[in-house]
Design a protein around this ligand. Structure first.
Ligand code: SAM
Length: 289
């Protein structure tokens, strides 16, 4: 099979199958031949690994993954792509296509069924219009050892941000609760067909098998995080009071004090251990009532 990053090969395939790239599905295909091996290197997979890919497109990253991993399962939503993939992936017997919207797939069940007893990594060039919902689903599934994805550079920076920085957000805390992110390298727009309007970046998330914090109630923890970022640059007690109306302003101030924080503390400067202290204090107060 000729090189799938070659523009003339892509054009021939598109003509043969009457396929036009869809903006709606976030289709920006890789046309830089050095990129698929580099992304697979970053994922660290070898023949002991199962890999879940999201959005194979015409299979440019999929082929590289199938060469290096034990098995690759790719979830693709575009119903026009299976005939193209049948041609580009012909003869590759450790590859399986699942034609579905990734956001509607029961990921844990799929992984259990397809990769019994195997460590599983995600490796993908994600469709940018649904990056956050996909990452949320992948991390919440808690069945992957790592997630290596190409995303918009801004999103990668947000995922890897430190407390107090402009990029730090509730989504940062969410991702860092589940995984340890490492920003790897930028990918310029000219590496894709068509060129996206933004720079991309590859990020590797090593998922946490054990969470190193004592968090009494995960839902209260994430509610605390969301409430803390909902009113950026305002006092945290105000954010808490509106995120937890049952506390009231007085209660929110008491929670902060009991957790050992100054009344003027701002949410965007806190890390996971600090959010955990506040959330645990809210849980304790509830228990006392
Ligand atoms: N992997 C290919 C590459 O790197 O050239 C294509 C990547 S392209 C950025 C994103 C892919 O995700 C497309 O194939 C698109 O059809 C697919 N996609 C978009 N939305 C999806 C969804 N909800 N579920 C599964 N795949 C989706």
């Amino acid at each position: 099979m000729p090189e799938l990053t070659d523009l003339s090969v892509i054009r021939t395939l598109c003509e043969k199958y009457d396929f036009a790239l869809s903006k709606g599905f976030g289709q920006n295909f890789i046309i830089n031949p050095g990129l698929p091996p580099k992304i697979v290197d970053a994922s660290g997979v070898d023949k002991n690994w199962g890999v879940l890919e999201i959005g194979p497109g015409i299979g440019v990253l999929t082929k590289e993954l199938a060469q290096r991993a034990a098995k690759v399962v790719s979830i693709e939503v575009d119903e026009r792509l299976p005939p193209l993939l049948a041609e580009t992936m012909a003869g590759v017997d450790n590859f399986k296509l699942v034609l579905q919207d990734v956001l509607k797939v029961d990921l844990r069940a799929l992984i259990e069924e397809e990769f019994p007893g195997m460590p599983v990594a995600v490796c993908a060039n994600l469709p940018y219009y649904i990056t956050s919902p996909i990452l949320t689903a992948l991390l919440e599934a808690e069945c992957f050892e790592s997630v290596t994805v190409m995303v918009q550079k801004e999103v990668a920076q947000r995922i890897a941000a430190q407390p107090g920085s402009a990029d730090y957000s509730a989504f940062t805390v969410f991702c860092q609760y589940y995984a340890q992110p490492e920003l790897l390298f930028d990918v310029p727009a000219h590496c894709f067909l068509p060129q996206p309007k933004v720079t991309s970046a590859v990020i590797h998330l090593r998922t946490r098998q054990e969470k190193p914090w004592d968090i009494l109630d995960k839902d209260v923890f994430f509610r605390t995080v969301r409430a803390s970022f909902a009113m950026r640059r305002k006092k945290l007690s105000n954010g808490l009071a509106s995120g937890f109306p049952e506390l009231g302003k007085q209660g929110a101030a008491e929670v902060l004090q009991a957790a050992g924080f100054d009344a003027n503390v701002r949410g965007e400067t806190l890390g996971i251990p600090e959010f955990a202290r506040i959330a645990n204090e809210i849980v304790r107060r509830r228990g006392e009532k």
